[in-house]
Design a protein around this ligand. Structure first.
Ligand SMILES: [Fe+2]
Length: 313
């Protein structure tokens, strides 16, 4: 029998599971939970305490696990989980969804899974209280790529800002999806360009800048022509580097929608913390002073309000 790993933190206790779950001890796969049983809360906590990050299922049960995960995604926000457990669930699922999608972006199932994960980010983090920090910490502690960490950090901030601005759910979900997908065009570019997505634009060599500036178009191209991809998401992805001052790219238009500004504001904020190592108030000051005119002032003011609701100030 061949086994595939699943993330322990994606399991919700006390729900009947219709597949076997195995634990790997010293290379041997031992039955942990039998098909038809549920995992009691205390057993699950013990696994997490022991830092047992992975469990295993039989490869033939992948579809059943996906169905189980879909059920959890719909119910975790209203479950008995505390805010940290909810944050960890959202983090683990979104990591899996981004990993799967970046490995095979042409696969419709991967796109659908990412969509569900984006909705979960809004439900758990945007609509939750004091969840953002736990989410970011869990993402940070994982072994996924820095690119995915940056996308997830941006998307989670986007969800909080959308909620602060009281945007409707469909718009918020589209904006979060666009934040997750905005830089996937990177995978159409030679590997030497990949580090440029983790640095300030000033650090990109001049000779590579014009090619780098095509990445929003590459990202949009990867999503185009697929009937299951919402057209608004493609537009948001295509315009995610444009700025109201006209200093953005690829077109340099000054006509930048509020939805697009939400993405770029959050990305700029997250990058200045993660890459330029600013603290939060320095990052907000940076937005107010050095990014003046690039974003609506109402958005720059709304971001710290959103973070305050998450217990971050
Ligand atoms: Fe970008």
């Amino acid at each position: 029998m061949s086994f595939v790993p699943i993330r322990t933190k994606t399991l919700i206790p006390d729900i009947n599971i219709n597949f076997n779950i195995y634990i790997n001890i010293c290379g041997k796969f031992l039955l942990y939970t039998r098909n038809g049983d549920s995992i009691e809360s205390e057993r699950l906590k013990k696994l997490k305490t022991k830092k047992m990050k992975q469990l295993f299922i039989s490869a033939k049960d992948e579809k059943s696990y996906q169905n189980f995960l879909d059920f959890c995604l719909e119910n975790v926000a209203i479950s008995d989980f505390n805010s940290q457990e909810k944050a960890e669930f959202a983090s683990q699922v979104s990591q899996d969804a981004m990993n799967d999608f970046t490995q095979d972006p042409e696969n419709q199932e991967n796109y659908k899974f990412l969509e569900k994960s984006a909705k979960n980010i809004l439900q758990v983090i945007g609509k939750g209280e004091k969840v953002l920090n736990s989410y970011i910490e869990d993402v940070q502690a994982s072994d996924i790529s820095e690119h995915i960490k940056l996308s997830l950090a941006t998307a989670s901030h986007v969800s909080c800002l959308c909620e602060e601005l009281k945007l409707d759910e469909d718009s918020s979900n589209n904006i979060i999806m666009a934040a997750l997908l905005m830089d996937i065009g990177m995978f159409k570019m030679p590997r030497k360009f990949h580090p440029f997505f983790l640095t300030s634009k000033e650090n990109i060599p001049k000779e590579d800048l014009s090619e780098y500036k095509k990445h929003p178009e590459y990202s949009a191209e990867m999503l185009s022509g697929k009937e299951y991809v919402n057209k608004q998401i493609i537009t948001l992805v295509k315009n995610h580097e444009e700025r109201k001052t006209g200093n953005g790219f690829p077109t340099g238009t000054k006509n930048v929608s509020l939805e697009n500004q939400i993405i770029s504001l959050c990305e700029t904020f997250v990058k200045s913390i993660r890459i330029e190592k600013k603290n939060q108030s320095e990052a907000i000051e940076y937005l107010k002073i050095h990014q003046l005119g690039n974003f609506d002032l109402s958005l720059v003011k709304a971001l710290p309000m959103a973070l305050k609701k998450q217990g971050i100030s």
